[in-house]
Design a protein around this ligand. Structure first.
Ligand SMILES: [Zn+2]
Length: 86
């Protein structure tokens, strides 16, 4: 069970890797940051615009358990191909 503590748009102060697709998000970019807690462990994840879009397209049911690092692009590869090729 994952508790979402924070979910907001932040300006990054250093480079981060997108949690969904593992691509580098360079510093001073506005990105979605989600701070969550699972079994007492706090995790901060950053999401690029492409991944935010994909998260908005998939059912809440599929997001319930969260995603491991880089897992989103593996599961929803077809989606990524669609939006990145446009
Ligand atoms: Zn991404």
């Amino acid at each position: 069970m994952i508790d979402i503590l924070e979910d907001k748009i932040v300006k990054t102060r250093k480079d981060h890797n997108c949690w969904g697709c593992a691509e580098v998000i360079s510093k001073k970019t506005n990105v979605k940051m989600v701070c969550s807690a699972e079994e007492g462990e706090i995790t901060r994840t950053y999401w690029c615009d492409d991944c935010v879009y994909i998260l908005s397209e998939i059912d809440n049911y599929d997001k319930e358990d969260g995603f491991a690092y880089g897992e989103l692009i593996q599961i929803y590869n077809d989606y990524y191909r669609e939006i990145k090729d446009v």
